[in-house]
Write a new protein. Structure first.
Length: 69
């Protein structure tokens, strides 16, 4: 969940996040922090009815099945 730790472990130059976070105090600060290291933050349109938590959970189930094979 720590975005800067992720960057330090695996440097990237762009980050994508849902537009529902745009303008929040947290993401305003992250925009400033990442601008200092040359990372652009792009906001993707919020999709009503799509749960990122459910998607992550489904991906974890898929990935755990692949490692069992």
């Amino acid at each position: 969940m720590n975005k800067m730790e992720a960057y330090e472990a695996h440097p990237f130059d762009v980050m994508f996040v849902g537009s529902d976070w745009q303008g929040s105090d947290t993401w305003n600060q992250l925009e400033q922090t990442f601008a200092e290291v040359g990372v652009d933050i792009h906001y993707l349109p919020y999709t009503s009815g799509t749960s990122s938590t459910a998607l992550r959970s489904a991906l974890q189930r898929i990935n755990s099945k692949e490692t069992v094979k």
